[in-house]
Design a protein around this ligand. Structure first.
Ligand SMILES: [Zn+2]
Length: 375
């Protein structure tokens, strides 16, 4: 949950895309971009034909036009809850649950739930038992996954004042419960490297940390190093080999595809989503990213981090979502040279079979039940 704060408004300004025109337009045209075509182009009929899944969204409300967009694109979304004690809305898990439940019912099968638990109860007696009670209730109501967020590792402290990381034994009963219910754990652990580095105004993530200094670790005493947080995540993977874990945001290894490859080789229970990190891919050499995705084509699921917050206007949201889907589709499916969020890039032109895995088959495998109520 961060993408929209970083790029959402910018997209509204520069995303002059014509993605929905593309749904009704003539057959595939992957022509060179023009001045009127700043990068949102793509034949979304081909995307819709895949029955795509966006495994990383945060949707607090819906309306007819929003659901109609999902239906037009055949886009299934995983709606993720999390507890953020800095956000008045995200502070309260129960009201989020109620809102998400409404979205899921109204979406007629296009939305599924990824629930969470309140990590800030960690120091209370009976934490794990109470977290498990909440999760099991959500599983009974159809939740197919559970999210842990970056506040584990970067904010939460135990009674002695030490930062708590994801492999803390006190979380283990919760992980076991998720595994025993054949649900998937989404782990957003750590952040891009920039959070631990001296400020670089040219950095991809600089605007985000400027706006959200709480997650800027560089000048904070006592915070774990990024490596320590990811080591704990890796330890969790090793300790729970039967637990499916999807690392959000390319597993926070967005600038280290070699390191990510090592994790895939070492932990067969580990996949990653692309949410809010495609922009890190577009600034790497296309051939490098393409080779990586081809090699690990069973381990990467498509996700965006798009959201629909209570205070947002429908038209802006629908446009933002459409533009994002069109931009990503153009990157993954074509060989176009174009601007992605103001970064010139060359599309990957992934083969149809790999696109199908990225957008559909991997989500079905890593998130069993995601299409259970498919319309
Ligand atoms: Zn998110």
């Amino acid at each position: 949950m961060e993408f929209r704060y970083r790029y959402g408004r910018i997209n509204l300004l520069v995303g002059l895309g014509v993605c929905f025109a593309a749904l009704t337009a003539q057959p595939q045209q992957h022509s060179a971009p023009s001045a009127q075509d700043p990068g949102s182009r793509g034949d979304l009929r081909a995307l819709a034909a895949l029955v795509p899944v966006d495994t990383h969204t945060h949707v607090a409300k819906g309306d007819a036009a929003f659901y109609a967009m999902l239906a037009r694109l055949h886009m299934h979304i995983l709606n993720i809850l999390l507890v953020d004690d800095h956000d008045p809305y995200r502070k309260n898990l129960n009201s989020q649950r109620a809102d998400a439940e409404r979205v899921i019912q109204e979406s007629h099968g296009y939305a599924s739930l990824c629930t969470s638990f309140d990590p800030f109860q960690f120091n209370n007696a009976g934490f794990a038992a109470s977290a498990i009670r909440g999760l099991n209730q959500d599983f009974m109501n159809g939740a197919i996954a559970v999210k842990i967020w970056k506040n584990i590792g970067m904010e939460l402290k135990d009674k002695s004042g030490r930062y708590v990381v994801a492999d803390d034994p006190r979380f283990e009963p919760v992980y076991l419960d998720i595994q025993n219910h054949n649900r998937t754990l989404i782990a957003h652990q750590a952040e891009p490297d920039e959070a631990w580095e001296a400020a670089n105004p040219n950095g991809l993530d600089y605007p985000y940390y400027k706006e959200h200094p709480i997650w800027y670790m560089y000048d904070k005493p006592g915070v774990p190093a990024k490596k320590q947080i990811l080591d704990a995540r890796d330890h969790l993977l090793a300790q729970n080999p039967k637990l499916r874990v999807a690392g959000a945001h390319l597993g926070s290894m967005e600038d280290d595809l070699n390191g990510l490859a090592q994790r895939f080789d070492r932990y067969p229970n580990f996949a990653v989503d692309t949410a809010a990190r495609v922009v890190h891919m577009v600034v790497m050499p296309s051939d490098t990213v393409r080779a990586f995705i081809l090699k690990y084509q069973d381990r990467i699921v498509y996700g965006t981090d798009l959201g629909y917050a209570q205070d947002e206007a429908l038209e802006e949201v629908v446009k933002e979502w459409q533009d994002q889907y069109a931009r990503d589709w153009r990157y993954f499916s074509t060989r176009d040279t174009f601007e992605y969020d103001r970064h010139k890039t060359e599309g990957l032109g992934l083969p149809p079979a790999v696109l199908r895995k990225l957008y559909h088959a991997n989500a079905v495998r890593w998130f069993p039940g995601i299409l259970a109520s498919r319309p």
